[in-house]
Design a protein around this ligand. Sequence first.
Ligand SMILES: N[C@@H](Cc1ccccc1)C(=O)O
Length: 502
Amino acid sequence: MKLPESQVAVLEAASATDERTIADLAKATGLKPETVTGAVFELEDEDLLSVTERTEESVSLTEEGEEYAEGGLPEIELYEAAIDAGAGDAPIQMGQAIGASGLGGPQVNIALSNYARKGYGTIDSGEITADPDADSDDDAEASALAALAAGESVADADVLDQLESRGLVERSESTVRSATLTDDGVTAMMEGIEAAETVGQLTPEMLTSGEWRDVEFAEYNVAADAERMDGGKVHILRQTANRVKDVLVGMGFEEMDGPHADADFWINDCLFMPQDHPARTHWDRFALSNPTEIGDLPEDLVDRVHSAHLEGVGDHGEGYHSPWDEDFARAIALRGHTTSLSMRYLSGYAQGELEPPQRFFSVEKVYRNDTLDPTHLLEFFQIEGWVMAEDLSVRDLMGTFEEFYAQFGITDIQFKPHYNPYTEPSFELFGNHPETGELIEIGNSGMFRPEVLEPLGVECDVMAWGLALERLLMLMYGFEDIRDVHGTLCDLELLRNVEVIH
Ligand SMILES: N[C@@H](Cc1ccccc1)C(=O)O
């Protein structure tokens, strides 16, 4: 009989009387476990080997578990400190025992919540007692942690359950396969088996030399266990940004681009944001120290914006009548919204004068000095967009959003009247979080005011919006903390496992 080399090696390493696991066979043959698994399945098909499977549970310490295996469980530290401080005789102040134990931060709560459960003593109205008969050397959880740290196994399932619920151990299951030679296998071995050289991979050299004609190729076994490979993939945020771009292009929009660090003029002044508006102070804004200002601004636009701020526009216009400082407008900051791009395009500065109808969008980063929390980061992606046309109404605005969000399976958006200095009317958009059911804010929108449009030289209506890409992602994928997908705390498992949608 002629068999591929790896199969011959496995047959030679297998026994008719003892079960050998894949790991044993890999060690004996020097082959990779996945190669051995493949060979074992082939040989099982040929009735030369019989294969059994069992599930094996493995238990490993988490980082916190390792910490306690080494330094001791917090409740034991507390017990020992309490005994030393005399709590074995009479109750003592809890603060005293905690101070003496040297425990700090979250470990104090961990100690307190396990102390009474494990019979080390009682905790009542700020006082703690310690049971002098309790034996902290005989703590089942501590012993189990020590055993696991030493690479031994722990049989007590209740203790393991407890440690698992405390987040100190992780349990996982794996399939262990073992093989034994069958009678046919033994016979074949006695008759002698020859190794046929097989080739695992076709190479360009084999193709050019023609060698491929003569070699024997190894068969693939798609059922064999293989090592897990976490290949690179496009981050879901980027994936969704690309999808958003495709959808908007499909709806007839063109893409805008422009500077991340820009003059306040484009970020705020063009938007009729008064220079003393709270959002324009250092609280919200990341200013640039070098360079501090932009030299190149279109002078006539600066004059028209200046005049709109002072006196408003039209015959009955009202401005802010407060000082307007051109240097303040030239100052550079990281853009807090991409509406700066809309201003650059609508004014004709980016691409020259635009004739209605026009539709533009961008999916770009914006920067805000917010406090970090589950729904806020210092930077996020904004889906900016606007439509310029004669006679637009709020119905067009709402219809556009309904059409846009429906492409992502979101059909229950809600609108709430809102205020922006640059749009009238204005609407905030909300969507229902698929997991928590909570209504979350997903965007802001409105019809640009004449005080914005007139200085820009736009004579028709413009409806516009800024939507948060990350919030759209939350509605699509159901995660609750933005930091799961972004930044140092991101959940790599979630990012690896999330379905790729094209
Ligand atoms: N700039 C607004 C979004 C917006 C853009 C255009 C018009 C209305 C609202 C924001 O960042 O929230």
